[in-house]
Design a protein around this ligand. Structure first.
Ligand code: SAM
Length: 450
């Protein structure tokens, strides 16, 4: 692999006698990985049904290396949101931020959602995730991945960090900044990144990274934690950004990151973590975990609102709700135009460029209610009155994902007519409507198996 001379010199400077080992690692095969969605499936359950051979990623509880060429994005379990394909070192930032159920979490640079999907799963439906990306088109992919993962308690925005900062001072318990960077850790996987690097090297990214981390720190609650990560090796974009932040913010300090024997220490900042491809099976990452000093006062309290008024819902919605087997907090419902949403919390959210506010439950069309794809993905089979379960090896599974009408007269279900939650085994894929053993397909057309 041809590397720019300037880059080679910088890496030699950084790695010294390890440089040759690093260079050799660029000739090794690319390591693919995937992370299971523990919001939908436990590790034990997954290992019983996993359709492809894999080996555990030793520093990520729910991460696996893919061992063969299996097209993991072409399996019904992928469409059920059971896993996310991800390079193993990229699994580390969301894993080490230690999000807990009930946290208010911000992922400031979230698209396409490799980390946000993990942060959201860890909330277990409690608290909320604000997933933001300045690029609207990338934020659309982010929304799809979050919905596929079944994450309901979320807001997806496409905003300038400065605007978010004005609206959320000291608001979040956890903030992730997976910053845009010169991508040196991607050279192996995507050699095109080398060309981009030659046009826009580390110096171009530093001012953006400093801005992002500064805004991120301002949105962090006292006592909250912020994780800054990049997939680049340049000290300018890594340790020097952290050092700069520590000089600006005396109320922030570095804390150590749960260790792994393959991690290297940050240069001059030993609490930071470096992932190098010649030291472990990952392409390369930098991580710094910071904490803000706690104070007596919890500022988020003042932003919490009293519960909203309960909506009077059309009959068709009430009828559909009678099929849902879990309590819906009606004070958190919002009907906007024809769309019905379930908001994560009784928190007043400011005016922002939203791509999604809460869980889209469905649309009220004249006197009909059409449940959304996102709702199906957020449910478990026990949450719905009638389910049709298709085996992953049954051709009807892929036919369903292609949008075809199916004869399911041989498959058991509770209600012989009306709405069904269609599952691959016990994992929801979408909705369908049953009549005389024939299932009308309600799988979202934009997500179909191509
Ligand atoms: C490294 S990628 C994020 C990858 C993502 N965290 C994941 O794991 O899938 C950086 C992202 O930052 C976004 N970005 C760039 N400048 C930004 C800014 N000023 N504010 C917010 N997002 C920004 C880019 O659009 C890009 O999607």
């Amino acid at each position: 692999m041809r590397l720019p001379e300037k880059y080679e010199n910088e890496m030699k400077d950084l790695l010294q006698e390890e440089y040759e080992a690093y260079k050799e690692s660029l000739g090794l095969p690319i390591q693919q990985g995937y992370r299971i969605n523990t919001g939908k499936i436990s590790k034990e359950e997954w290992e019983k049904i996993a359709p492809f051979s894999a080996k555990e990623v030793p520093w990520i509880e729910n991460g696996y290396f893919l061992l063969d060429d299996f097209r993991a994005s072409r399996h019904p379990y992928y469409f059920a949101g059971l896993y996310y394909l991800q390079e193993p070192s990229a699994m580390t930032p969301a894993n080490r931020l230690n999000v807990e159920p009930g946290d208010f979490v911000l992922d400031l640079c979230a698209a396409p959602g490799g980390k946000a999907t993990e942060l959201g799963s860890r909330l277990k439906g409690k608290g909320m995730l604000v997933a933001n990306d300045i690029s609207n088109s990338r934020a659309k992919a982010l929304l799809k991945n979050l919905e596929l993962a079944g994450i309901a308690n979320l807001y997806v925005t496409s905003e300038e960090p400065a605007k978010l900062c004005q609206n959320f001072p000291e608001f979040f318990d956890k903030v992730l900044i997976d910053a845009p960077c010169s991508g040196e850790g991607m050279f192996h996987r995507e050699p095109k990144m080398i060309e981009y690097w030659e046009k826009r090297g580390p110096e171009e990214y530093v001012p953006i990274q400093k801005q992002l981390i500064l805004y991120g720190s301002r949105m962090l609650k006292p006592g909250g934690k912020l994780l800054y990560s990049t997939c680049t090796f340049s000290k300018k974009e890594d340790e020097e950004v952290i050092q700069w932040l520590l000089e600006q913010n005396t109320d922030m300090h570095l804390i150590s990151i749960a260790p792994y024997e393959g991690f290297s220490k940050g240069f001059g900042l030993s609490e930071c973590v470096r992932i190098f491809p010649h030291k472990m099976s990952g392409e390369g990452h930098f991580l710094a975990l910071l904490e803000k000093k706690s104070t007596e006062q919890d500022n988020t309290q003042k932003q919490k609102l009293q519960m909203g008024k309960e909506l009077k819902l059309p009959n068709c919605v009430e009828e559909f709700f009678s099929l849902l087997k879990f309590p819906i907090d009606r004070s958190c419902l919002k009907l906007e135009k024809e769309r019905l949403y379930l908001l994560p919390n009784a928190v007043k959210m400011p005016k922002l460029r939203y791509l999604r506010t809460g869980l889209l439950l469905g649309e009220v069309k004249k006197n009909r209610f059409e449940p959304s794809q996102a709702l199906a993905m957020a449910l478990k089979p026990e949450h719905f009155a009638s389910c049709i379960s298709i085996d992953s090896t049954d051709v009807r599974c892929v036919k369903y994902l292609k949008g075809e009408t199916l004869d399911v007269s041989d498959l058991p279900c509770n209600n012989k007519k009306g709405w069904q939650l269609v599952c691959v085994e016990r994992y929801p894929l979408g909705f369908g409507k049953l009549s005389n053993g024939i299932l009308k397909n309600k799988y979202y057309a934009g997500w179909r198996w191509q």
